[in-house]
Design a protein around this ligand. Sequence first.
Ligand code: ATP
Ligand code: MG
Length: 727
Amino acid sequence: MTIKKTNHLSELNDAQKEAVGSVNGPLLVLAGAGTGKTRVLTSRLSYILQNNIARPSEICTVTFTNKAANEMRMRVEKMIGNSIAGWWLGTFHSLAARILRANAELVNLKNTFTIIDTDDQIRLIKQLLSLENIDEKRWPARSLLSIIQRWKDMGLNPIDVKDAFHSGTDFANNQAIKLYKLYQNRLITLNAADFGDLLLHVITIFQRNSDIKSLYQNKFKYILVDEFQDTNASQYYWLKSLAEKHKNLCAVGDDDQSIYSWRGADVSNILNFEKDFQNTKTIRLEENYRSTGNILAAASGLISKNQSRLGKTLWTEGDIGNLINIRTVYDGKEEAESISDEIEAYQRNNNSINNVAILVRAGFQTRTFEERFLKIGLPYQVVGGLRFYERLEIRDAIAYLRLINSSDDQLAFERIINKPKRGLGDKTIRHIEQYSRSSKLNLEMAARKLSETDELSSKASSTIRLFSKNLDKWRIDLAGKKLGELVEIVLEESGYIEMLKKDRSIEAPGRLDNLKELVNAINEFESLQNFLEHIQLVMEGANNQDIETAKIMTLHAAKGLEFPLVFLPGWEEGLFPNQRSIDENGESGLEEERRLAYVGITRAKSDLWIFNANSRLTHGQWIDCIPSRFLDELPEKNISRFSSYSNNYNFKSSIASEWLMANNKKVINHYEDNKYDINDSNFKLMERIFHQKFGYGKIIDIDGDKVTIDFEKAGEKKLMLTFIEKI
Ligand code: ATP
Ligand code: MG
């Protein structure tokens, strides 16, 4: 293998060079966002390879996501000008799975073991509960699963769990440990491992087989870890075991970016590192290369409000840049419109929308943006998650609505007849399908017919009769109620909401929020038919990987990434900081929310917009929103506030406004009662106008600061008045 010997060290500052070059001995790089921690890791990898200090198979590099691993691999291969075989570069899970496969028999697995997902885990636990005569209604499977996961995150096998860990983990009158043991045995019988097992089994193997442990300790001469602040106890223990011999463990992290405590991450691993590894060298990087002065100062000002932090200084030699735009809007819809307007203005300045990210606190927030972007044809991608209408609970709810809308919708019937579980087994379903085929009745009708006979068990028949009665009622509700109300009734009466409320998984609260958001969505439509057609159109806009897209993702998913233009919507009390985090974890929950805000702000390279709405629709109701306390914690000198409701038009830093000023546009003004008026613009209905993107058209509606234009080429578009020109 030929390795290119570029001197990429010249592209690093002195502290970074030191971090790259200090390959021997434990090293902790503790530094704020954008200071080049990930770059240090990449360069260190190349440095070790280029100087023949170790082979790729002797270096274990841990990244937070598979995507990050791929990027790092590509960068290193570019630096050394060669593709490399035998890498050990990946997430904790993927690396641990590799070690486990090679040694599976030591924990009584075959090397063909399967890795099971959450659904399988739940199914398994349910079987166990039923075998043990534990009432699943009282003691939900999900609760036990989260207890087991917590123990696994702590690196505890059933025999390691001591009473001390019992607090808050009572399950079925002290049976959690016993059930954990049964669950583990069952997995082994099935030749399966869950995600937590991947690390836990390796830890166990190392504990019981010092020869195997030595083998890996000898093999991995160098260990590199990114995002170290978000490791949990089991991951840390795993790392420590691997690094014990050579002690060449390099961890980079930022305590201010620890945002996964809800998944067992423990920021105190940073403090333990220095205790566990004597003579640890700690390097601090202080120069930020990512963000403008204003962005950096705002982020530093905000995070300084946290009490429990190690504290650090950050500076940049880069431009002070534009002020951060804080914009208060009327509601979620206006928020989405303003953001899409800004993105379009950005594109008009010949910038790529690949540069743009919208980072939300909660998954349900993506919906308004998705709808808006689909409407105006702006390509987008939901990164690290599904698009709103593709999400499981939304598809279930829509299946209910489809069946209510049409008894012939067989796929919808199949999807929800036993969801939530109504005790209809596969046999019953097959029976209904058979009868439907032979009688040429649709599934619903076939089921109804059968339920009036003795063909099915009496329990199945009565379940179907009850379901049919509900369907009849919902079809009447459809005629008499608002669509949003109908959705609420259906989800409540079908037992779907109850199922989710009992669900103790991490995802469940988000799923409930998504369903509330669905109520908002559907209320915007005149008829159920219209709504269902809309969904079909939305779903057809399939993801095209090759085109440039604006990215929408959660703040959690944005860790480690950077974008020139970032929007942070929904900065309102309750949403961000998230009320649940505060309720459940008090001050430390609030501090984690603040760290999340810090992560969000520091993703931005050049321009940052933060939005808050005065009111939001929740459950079909308007709720007045209080601006997030984080908005008040940003240093005034780095921000520019702009509200749709006052004359405080501070256009200094807005991209749109620059464009606006340059084009000598009219500025909108505003009445006290929250309605807009157009100050000296004098646009009239049916007036012919010009728009930079869509060309010539006629005004067909004026609604406050928004106008609907019938464009000669582009058809009908709803636009902000400020972007149209008189001719
Ligand atoms: P985060 O905490 O968000 O993960 P980080 O500390 O890992 O950030 P990087 O992503 O490695 O920071 O670097 C931030 C940006 O700064 C990247 O675009 C990187 O290429 C650039 N950068 C880092 N070091 C230098 C340097 N010495 N000279 C120029 N650019 C640099
Ligand atoms: Mg990084």
